[in-house]
Design a protein around this ligand. Structure first.
Ligand code: ADP
Ligand code: MG
Length: 389
């Protein structure tokens, strides 16, 4: 990554000084530690921000024009704040336009701006580079225009930008953690109430190691919709049988599943079992963190993987291989796939003394077996969106 000084040089070479307010901002990508496929079941997730970011430098203009330059794509897109059109070929600009659109809908007045941005979050690997781009854009605009947008409000407007303008039906997790994340903490999010809580994640001698399988997440859409339907079916089933309100699988306990779930089709039963036990695991993982019990935390991560693999069936041979290889290494407390599945990344908790061995061994075995050139990122619970000095 280029330093801030170098980025300002690039900025100044490209844009004449308008004499108006300017600043540099960053927003991180994220990894979900535990709580997979629970979000659309009104459940819990526990992501943390990673030390990979999108950095944006911007200066206000005295007109309504936006000149946005993507360093990583080497391309500039120019548009007016008054005319925000979705352009398929300007893919990244749509995230910026979408955020502006949502800010305008909130009746804020904003000025045009010149901006450049660059990032080191691997794109399309499930570490949420898109949310980072939305959040850094919103943060930049709010700061330079002095808009009083509260953190949660900002996360939600970024989610709406992705839903409404970009057209991706994402939940709240990615924007929440990118905006609200705090160094040294994971973020527990209740996807029903949108309430959240920072949970200290004192990893001490451990690091969070992310393995990118380099498998494209191809199947996701159709399989995802199918899983959602299966969950709704299970939820309706329990709503008819239990003597309390069931709006989503969030409302069903493990005991109720075991006692009343016998009438479900086998496959639907397993889908429900994943969601219900996964919600439990998130809450148990949070209490383990509160007790500084990383061993239990790691075990829950691994159990989560097995549940995603066997009950929810959203893993793939490469992710299973990565987890299997990880668990064979010294100093590993837990390993699981993270994200929607069918490719993307695994997340591992690895003792710092064994990281070099972990990287060498896992990469060698994985590359040999799959013929892919995998990537490994070593990270920790990092900071959320912020202004850079
Ligand atoms: P992810 O899992 O990384 O969020 P998405 O497909 O949701 O994958 O979002 C990736 C999109 O975000 C890219 O196609 C691009 O439009 C935008 N993006 C992410 N990082 C950058 C970057 N560094 N520069 C330009 N655009 C980016
Ligand atoms: Mg995304």
């Amino acid at each position: 990554m280029r330093g801030l000084k170098e980025l300002w040089q690039i900025f100044e070479e490209r844009f004449p000084d308008t004499g108006l307010r300017k600043g540099a901002f960053a927003a991180p990508g994220r990894v979900n530690l535990i709580g997979e496929h629970t979000d659309y079941n009104d459940g819990f997730v526990l992501p943390m921000a990673i030390d990979k970011n999108i950095t944006m430098l911007a200066q206000l203009r005295d007109d309504q024009e936006v000149r946005a330059y993507s360093l990583d794509y080497g391309r500039e897109v120019i548009f007016s704040l008054l005319d925000l059109e979705f352009e398929k070929e300007d893919f990244w600009a749509n995230y910026i336009k979408g955020v502006i659109d949502e800010i305008k809908k909130m009746d804020y007045y904003i000025q045009g701006m010149n901006l450049i941005f660059t990032g080191d979050i691997p794109i399309g690997s499930g570490l949420s580079s898109s949310a980072a781009l939305e959040v850094v854009t919103a943060y930049t605009i709010a700061s330079l225009n002095d808009l009083d947008i509260q953190p949660v409000e900002m996360a939600l407007l970024c989610q709406r930008a992705e839903n409404n303008f970009v057209g991706v039906n994402c939940g709240i997790m990615d924007q929440y953690i990118s905006r609200l994340g705090k160094e040294g903490n994971a973020l527990l999010i209740d996807c029903r109430s949108n309430e959240y809580e920072l949970v200290p994640f004192a990893i001490e001698d451990y690091q969070v190691v992310i393995c990118n399988s380099r498998v494209e997440r191809g199947l996701v859409d159709s399989e995802y919709n199918q899983r959602r339907e299966e969950c709704e079916k299970a939820s309706r089933y329990f709503a008819e049988r239990l003597d309390h309100r069931v709006l989503a699988l969030r409302d069903v306990t493990v005991e109720e599943l075991e006692k009343e779930g016998g009438g479900l089709e086998e496959i639907t039963y397993r889908r429900a079992r994943h969601v219900i036990t996964e919600n439990n695991r998130v809450l148990m993982a949070v209490s383990a963190l509160r007790k500084n019990d990383l061993e239990t935390f790691g075990k829950l991560m691994t159990e989560s993987h097995y549940s995603l693999r066997d009950d929810y069936e959203v893993s793939c041979p490469e992710l299973d291989l990565l987890v299997e290889l990880a668990l064979k290494q010294k100093g590993v407390l837990g390993a699981r796939m993270t994200g929607a599945g069918f490719g993307g990344c695994t997340v591992n908790l690895v003792h710092k003394d064994y990281i070099d061995d972990f990287i060498a061994n896992v990469k060698k075995a994985y590359d040999q077996e799959t013929g892919k050139d995998m990537e490994i990122y070593v990270t920790w619970p990092a900071a959320g969106a912020r202004e850079l000095a």
